[in-house]
Design a binder for this molecule. Structure first.
Ligand code: GLN
Length: 198
């Protein structure tokens, strides 16, 4: 592991630019990942927010789904926000019938869980392990975590106990989008996981 690791951003679809800027502000090098060879070259990966059904289609079309699964099984750190959280879930609810996920986190995630009344909202979210007060949680047609397995650490919940951030080993997922807020603490936390994994 070089002193400045390279974190890839899965660049099939979604808010790639915002994650790239947040990672660079957190002091790592970045690289867009669209092809299996590009995945081989990174020390960690961010899966952005966007639309998980489209990301699933494109991951299959670009021959990336199995390489992504293999790297995650091999211990590569990964962070998924919103649609990225869906992609890291072992099981999903309310997905499209043919929708695939990369998996890796032993959790069940419900897509578009907050419903029409609450399609987009903001909430202060206190995240375990991140100092300096709550983060601004931006939720956009967000998923929530319906249940987690024994190896999954719940990092954040809303006041009604809805789980919105989790970690399992080197894998991190949030229902919300810290990349849209200018607060880089979640990306800095993930960059720390990447540095420690080397
Ligand atoms: N609802 C989207 C999905 O199912 C996620 C929305 C987002 O990433 N902002 O993938």
């Amino acid at each position: 592991m070089p002193s400045t690791p390279t974190v890839g951003v899965l660049a099939l679809q979604g808010d790639v630019r915002e994650h790239t800027a947040a990672l660079e502000a957190a002091g790592v090098q970045t690289c867009p990942v669209r092809r299996p060879e590009e995945l081989d070259a990174v020390h960690g990966l961010v899966i952005p927010g966007g639309e998980s059904t489209t990301m699933s289609n494109l991951a299959i079309a670009f021959g990336l789904l199995e390489p992504l699964r293999a790297r995650i099984r091999g211990g590569m750190p990964a962070y998924g926000s919103c649609a990225g959280m869906i992609m890291l879930a072992d099981k999903i609810l309310d997905g499209r019938d043919d929708q695939e996920t990369v998996g890796g986190i032993d959790m069940t995630v419900r897509r578009n869980a907050f419903g029409r009344q609450n399609e987009s909202f903001e909430a202060a979210v206190e995240i375990a392990g991140i100092d300096g007060g709550p983060c601004e949680g931006v939720f956009i047609r967000a998923p929530w975590v319906e249940s987690v397995g024994a190896g999954v650490e719940v990092l954040a919940t809303l006041p009604d106990e809805t789980i919105v951030a989790v970690r399992q080993g080197n894998l991190l997922a949030t229902s919300f989008h810290p990349e849209l807020t200018g607060d880089h603490r979640v990306h800095a936390f993930f960059a720390g996981l990447v540095r420690q994994s080397g």
